[in-house]
Design a protein around this ligand. Structure first.
Ligand SMILES: Cc1cc2nc3c(=O)[nH]c(=O)nc-3n(C[C@H](O)[C@H](O)[C@H](O)COP(=O)(O)O)c2cc1C
Length: 331
């Protein structure tokens, strides 16, 4: 299979075309490092408020935590004021960011009320001004992530793609759903294909519902996209990246052994130690990841319930070690 290949951008090369999606509340630094170790060619941060960044909010700062080990990483910004986004772009460039991504996909009401995220699909002139403002103030890689349109009657993604190319955007990710669909229905691969055809100058990452190597290959084939962006399918299953890479080399696709699974989870947990500001924050994040890591395993519902009821980190850790113990499967 040849569908897995590097992607060349103006100033950097992605080793493959498998990319980890931005996931608010999930794709923090430890999560991204785990995805990279598993084979994602790059990752995006959780979405960051341009306004929060410019006004120096502490919570916003934490979202920007990074490490040289995850280079390249795209810092995803959201906002609706071109001047604020321009300033955020300048600030991040001054701090060494090499890749910025603009969020034109988030469907959440709070974003829409502020004219940000997928609300920009309803205001293409504003979206154009924002893209130009960022481009004029940022010399690194600049990408944009969109949905297909506001609703099924206003599919603007192909037109948006042209505008993005004209504004100097270097890569476009397309989630094949409209804003109104939220997460219902299926990602529309035909519309993604239309975007690919509308913007042959730049690589497009096709996104939506990829949960297996087969899905990734089908997505590439049907859309003709340069690459695939994977979101929910990789939560608790970073091996989706290594399995897709293995399948592309015609190697057997193997599930991680119990030992590998536990090693990854333990590494993930230990990286969270320095990342989270409190044990409580770490415990609540951990519960989310552990639910995902245990999905589909025997006894996972009971394990999830036990972690939800656990009151401290120590208990969660001990439940985890016994649930994912390699000896458990042999027993
Ligand atoms: C919990 C969650 C958080 C998300 N956060 C973001 C975000 O911060 N920025 C963004 O552009 N998309 C965000 N998305 C959308 C995903 O990046 C992706 O487009 C969507 O989940 C479809 O891809 P998938 O089917 O592979 O998950 C989020 C999705 C989920 C489920």
């Amino acid at each position: 299979m040849t569908s897995i290949h590097p992607i060349d951008l103006r100033s950097l090369r992605l080793e493959s075309n498998l990319v980890m999606a931005p996931l608010a509340g999930v794709s923090n630094l430890p999560f991204r490092l785990i995805a990279r170790e598993a084979g994602a060619a790059m990752t995006f941060t959780e979405t960051v408020s341009a306004k929060g960044l410019v006004t120096g909010g502490k919570k916003t700062r934490r979202l920007l935590d990074t490490s040289p080990r995850e280079d390249p990483v795209g810092f995803q910004l959201f906002g609706s004021d071109p001047a604020v986004l321009a300033e955020a772009a300048r600030t991040l460039e001054g701090e060494g960011a090499a890749w910025l991504d603009l969020n034109v996909g988030c469907p959440v009401k709070k974003f829409i009320r502020n004219n940000a995220g997928s609300a920009l699909l309803r205001d293409l002139p504003l979206a154009g001004s924002i893209m130009q403002a960022i481009r004029a103030n940022f010399s690194g890689t600049f990408s944009v992530k969109i949905r297909t349109g506001w609703d099924s009657k206003s599919i603007v993604a192909p037109e948006f793609a042209r505008m993005a190319v004209d504004a100097g955007v270097e890569l476009l990710s397309v989630h094949g759903r409209t804003r109104c669909q939220q997460y219902t229905g299926k990602a529309d691969r035909q519309i993604i294909r239309r975007v690919v055809e509308a913007a042959p100058e730049i690589p497009v990452l096709a996104n939506g519902d990829v949960t297996s190597p087969r899905d990734a290959f089908d997505m590439l084939e049907v859309t003709g996209a340069a690459g695939v962006m994977i979101g929910r399918g990789a939560i608790g299953n970073p091996w989706l990246f290594s399995q897709t890479l293995a399948a592309s080399r015609s190697e057997p696709v193997q599930e991680p052994t119990a030992t590998e699974r536990l090693e990854t989870i333990e590494r993930h947990i230990s990286m969270m130690e320095s990342h989270c500001e409190s044990d409580q924050a770490r415990a609540s994040l951990l519960k989310k990841y552990l639910a995902a890591y245990s999905r589909g395993m025997r006894g996972s519902a009971r394990f999830r319930q036990a972690t939800l009821e656990a009151e401290d980190l120590k208990t969660i850790l001990s439940l985890t070690r016994s649930f994912f113990s390699p000896h458990r499967e042999a027993a």
